[in-house]
Design a protein around this ligand. Structure first.
Ligand SMILES: CC(C)(COP(=O)(O)OP(=O)(O)OC[C@H]1O[C@@H](n2cnc3c(N)ncnc32)[C@H](O)[C@@H]1OP(=O)(O)O)[C@@H](O)C(=O)NCCC(=O)NCCS
Length: 242
């Protein structure tokens, strides 16, 4: 990773800048955000999905996440009305922009009150965030999803470090699978992403099929990664300031 999160909102340069480097926005979802203005930005499909959440907190986060996603897309699409953006879903669930016609690609991930939205003109991307305190059945899960090399690296770690190391490994794998659009069905142990802490600047790893993998700068209580097809420039990591 090459920089921390920037506390900035360069709206005027956003549409242009994402043609050069992917942008990743980190948004803290407040739970009081299921207000009328956020709800009004959602499509009929999204409202229907929102209505299916049993817990008000989960519903509120979904509505807020979709509203932020639409606000961000609208900026990068040059100031269109966020409510008019038409999203479609690919075979394995990856969302994309159906209208207006655009080269803009995006992906999103949410965990607790963390929302990450990644955007790029032209390059497919995948982003994943997970909470570090997520309870996991660790030895069994690690044996199932890690490659042999990752598993050997992981079991050699002190027990106190294993939980965070597993989450680091997991978000890297999910980011790759979300960049290709396969999702978890693509096979978590197909990607050998390691579980160590990144020790240098630049992408954490580059794969033969052209995907570059980046660890996100530190987040409070969570870990995240970004995968970008075609490699390219270092991402810009930005915090949405209310
Ligand atoms: C859907 C999936 C791609 C990621 O799920 P997840 O990590 O639970 O959730 P995230 O918040 O990171 O991502 C969800 C978003 O990914 C997007 N997405 C869904 N399918 C996708 C795909 N095939 N490719 C790329 N993006 C996809 C959607 O936009 C979705 O957002 P939405 O719910 O607002 O529509 C899938 O791989 C999955 O179910 N993973 C299992 C997660 C799990 O078990 N984690 C526990 C171990 S720590």
């Amino acid at each position: 990773m090459s920089q921390g999160w920037l506390a900035a909102f360069p709206e005027d340069e956003a549409a242009d800048a994402a043609t050069r480097a992917p942008h990743v926005w980190s948004v803290a979802l407040a739970t009081d955000e299921t207000n009328a203005s956020s709800h009004a930005l959602l499509s009929a499909d999204e409202r229907e999905r929102a209505s299916r959440f049993q817990l008000p907190l989960h519903r509120a986060r979904f509505v807020a996440a979709r509203a932020y996603l639409r606000r961000l897309l609208a900026i990068y699409l040059g100031g269109v009305d966020p409510a008019t953006i038409v999203l479609r879903v690919g075979d394995h669930g990856k969302p994309a922009i159906a209208a207006p016609a655009t080269s803009l690609r995006f992906n999103l991930s949410h965990a607790g009150d963390h929302l990450l939205v990644a955007l790029s003109h032209g390059a497919e991307l995948g982003v994943d965030v997970e909470r570090l305190d997520r309870p996991l059945d660790l030895p069994a899960l690690a044996a199932r999803v890690m490659t042999q090399a990752e598993h050997a690296e992981w079991t050699a770690l002190p027990r106190d470090d294993q939980h965070a190391a597993f989450i680091r490994c997991w978000v890297r794998k999910e980011a790759c699978l979300k960049a290709t659009g396969e999702g978890i069905a693509g096979g978590l142990n197909r990607w050998n992403v390691g579980c160590g802490v990144q020790a240098r600047d630049g992408p954490y790893r580059r794969f033969a099929d052209g995907i570059a993998l980046w660890d996100a700068p530190p987040l409070v209580g969570a870990a995240a990664a970004l995968a970008v097809s075609g490699g390219g420039l270092a991402p810009r990591w930005m915090r949405w300031m209310r």
